[in-house]
Design a protein around this ligand. Sequence first.
Ligand SMILES: Nc1ncnc2c1ncn2[C@@H]1O[C@H](COP(=O)(O)OP(=O)(O)OP(=O)(O)O)[C@@H](O)[C@H]1O
Length: 305
Amino acid sequence: MKAVLIFNPAAGGRAERRELLERVRGALASVGYEGEIVATTGPGSAGAQVAGAVEVGARVVFACGGDGTVHEVMQGMVGTDAALGVIPFGSANALARDLGLPMDPVAAARMQGGFVPRRVPVGRVEIGDAVRYFAVMAGAGPDGALVYKMIAGDKRRLGRFAYYVRAGWMFVRRRFREFDVEIASGGRTETVRAVAAMVVRVADMGGLFRGLGDSVQRSLVGRMEMRVVIVRAPALVSLPLWFCTGWVGMLGWNPLVRVVSVDGFRCVPVGEARLDVQADGEWIGQAPVRVSLVEDGVWLLMPAQ
Ligand SMILES: Nc1ncnc2c1ncn2[C@@H]1O[C@H](COP(=O)(O)OP(=O)(O)OP(=O)(O)O)[C@@H](O)[C@H]1O
């Protein structure tokens, strides 16, 4: 089957990555995918490159990177009948973990032989007229600000550790502003004031951030279900408490955190305050933002069971 392996040439370890990509291509060929390796040409280029490859006959697109690469690839795949495969080359790889893939890219490529395409819902974020889709997470507040402040060079050198350092630094330096979250659920609407609102679709974000999802800690990838974690003020108490109670699986016990099943929600800044938005760890703009779920999102290569 005709496939494309897309990767970010600006991501770390360039020479080794090329060599590893060739081995991944070999492993994919051994399980039936004849792949061409394609480098992204710049930030945000993957969506259009992928859409072009699908138009000329690629049936499967393997995103060879982390969640940010999956995110960019997915932008060109929603609504097409080509399938998205994930080969973990990033530092977090939350979606790859959720799919039960090993973190060794060659082993992950071999495992694709036992995977089948399933049409799964994806998240949708709208800022003004701009629409972005997400697979793993989206949020407004400190997560958006963290991603906005991340410096590419730090990320390349320090990987995940850079996020922890930035998050700690941001926490001591920043005054977190409150904003309104307008929740729509089962035909009812409600507005709550919050310092963070975040949707997580995987069971485990991995590393120190593993508790940021909801208390159920199960994967929603493949399910037409969306849960938003809403964190109330005061941020200096509620944000560390969110982190800690999430870590020990007791988010439900945290009085400053609410986890709500929603059809969709909107985050609206109060007054002139800046409110950053992220999707899959990519900064995508400033609120007001609307988040919802698209039922027929993408065909995703998933375990057959
Ligand atoms: N050719 C390119 N040149 C420069 N930047 C690029 C290129 N292709 C993609 N990018 C940008 O790189 C970022 C993704 O970086 P990277 O590949 O390190 O993330 P990732 O896939 O999420 O992996 P990790 O889990 O390590 O963060 C995106 O913001 C994207 O726009």
